[in-house]
Design a protein around this ligand. Structure first.
Ligand SMILES: C[S@@+](CC[C@H](N)C(=O)[O-])C[C@H]1O[C@@H](n2cnc3c(N)ncnc32)[C@H](O)[C@@H]1O
Length: 371
């Protein structure tokens, strides 16, 4: 974390201010060097309740086994393994990120102070930092933070923090809060959503993406029980080759059938659509390693909720947002966005309604077209 993070962090237990312990290892930040000070090893002492939180390998560690759900901590440890096995950064993540956050675009982040709940290997913090955000606090509950720090921790404005979304150590709220592919892995997804929404500034915005229940009955019925009973407990040495086998079948399917069919379907509009076509043709752009990582990611976690649209929009209503923008992404997941600024909401609604935006795939349906 950079020294400037001290302006934002607060003791998660009592909300007291932090003091950086003397003797902490701080790198960079010499005047004129163009770098900012990076705290690599040290301790944060709460001036109020005298609790201490370690900073190790560039990351302050706030996860407290007494206050977080055991399930969530276990989930974080499983994903930590996943990101250690698949740490690669890929240029294709940029478009994927913007597809998830649409109608937010890359210009949106400039000069903003941003929070990401569940950052994994840091692929989104990289894009946000490159888009000139002022600061991005990328939080994860598990060892993913070590991969994230190695990938992006020293980029301008990036702070990697190990903490639970439900027990965050911030005194300031944020211009923009986002969480992509995370809340459905929490023991209590709404609790995480609520915690994130409380950190949005009075004129800020929030964007979350979750697995949908609609169209995913096969995952709920067949994959979930196998994941819970078996694959989420398998050691890396077995899960890695097992997911490679599944990924190989998926790779052959999307490259040899789905992609050619989608190309033909663009030309011959009368060709029928098949089940899951939107999602499968979306992931057909990936190479084998990425598909391996996607399959591994699905099998490694002990918890995956598939959230019906009605529940998802009720989350927003419960926090007082009557009219969020909810999109059906690839016909198997939901993205929700709201901004407290009515002018911004109006322009985002207009973007969603715009048919000619440079979408890489048919990636959204307006609310009235949703099931
Ligand atoms: C599927 S990954 C998505 C990561 C990232 N958003 C991305 O798309 O690259 C889910 C991440 O959420 C993290 N996570 C799960 N529960 C969490 C919690 N309660 N607090 C913070 N992070 C959590 C996991 O450790 C994991 O890295």
């Amino acid at each position: 974390m950079k020294l400037s993070a001290l302006d934002y962090l607060v003791c998660p237990t009592c909300h007291g201010a932090f003091l950086l312990k003397e003797g902490s290892v701080v790198e960079g930040g010499t005047p004129g060097s163009g770098t900012t000070s990076e705290v690599i090893e040290g301790k944060l002492d709460c001036a109020n309740c005298a609790k201490h939180y370690a900073i190790t390998r560039g990351v302050p560690r706030f996860v407290d086994e007494k206050s977080s759900s055991k399930t969530d901590i276990f989930t974080g440890s499983r994903f930590g393994q996943s990101w250690k096995s698949f740490p690669r950064m890929d240029e294709r993540y940029r478009q994927q990120f913007l597809d998830w956050t649409f109608p937010v675009d890359a210009n949106y982040f400039k000069d903003k102070v941003i929070l990401e709940g569940g950052c994994g290997k840091g692929r989104h913090a990289k894009i946000v930092s490159e888009s000139n955000a002022k600061e991005i606090f990328a939080v994860d509950i598990g060892d993913a933070v070590d991969v994230a720090f190695a990938n992006v921790g020293r980029m301008p404005g990036v702070h990697i923090i190990q903490a639970d979304i439900c027990d965050l150590p911030f005194k300031q709220s944020f211009d923009f809060v986002f969480s992509l592919g995370v809340l459905h892995h929490l023991y209590d997804p709404y609790k995480g959503f609520l915690a994130l929404s409380k950190l949005v500034k009075p004129d800020g915005a929030l964007c979350v993406w979750v697995y949908g229940r609609e169209n995913n009955k096969w995952l709920v019925t067949f994959v979930n029980p196998i994941r819970v009973a078996l694959t989420s407990k398998l050691p890396e040495i077995i899960l890695n080759p097992l997911s490679a086998v599944v990924a190989f079948v998926l790779y052959a399917l999307v490259k040899l059938f789905v992609h050619p069919w989608s190309l033909l379907a663009k030309r011959f509009r009368w060709l029928p659509k098949f089940y899951y076509q939107d999602y499968l043709s979306y992931i057909a752009r990936h190479d084998f390693l990425e598909l391996h990582s996607i399959v591994y990611d699905h099998l490694v976690t002990p918890v995956a909720h598939y959230i019906p649209r009605g529940h998802f929009s009720a989350w927003f209503n419960k926090i007082g947002v009557a009219d969020p923008i909810i999109r059906w992404h690839n016909k198997n997941s939901w993205t929700g966005f709201y901004s407290h600024k009515s002018s911004e909401m109006a322009s985002m609604h207009a973007r969603v309604a715009e048919p000619d935006l440079s979408v890489t795939q048919p990636r959204y349906q307006l609310e009235h077209k949703n099931p």
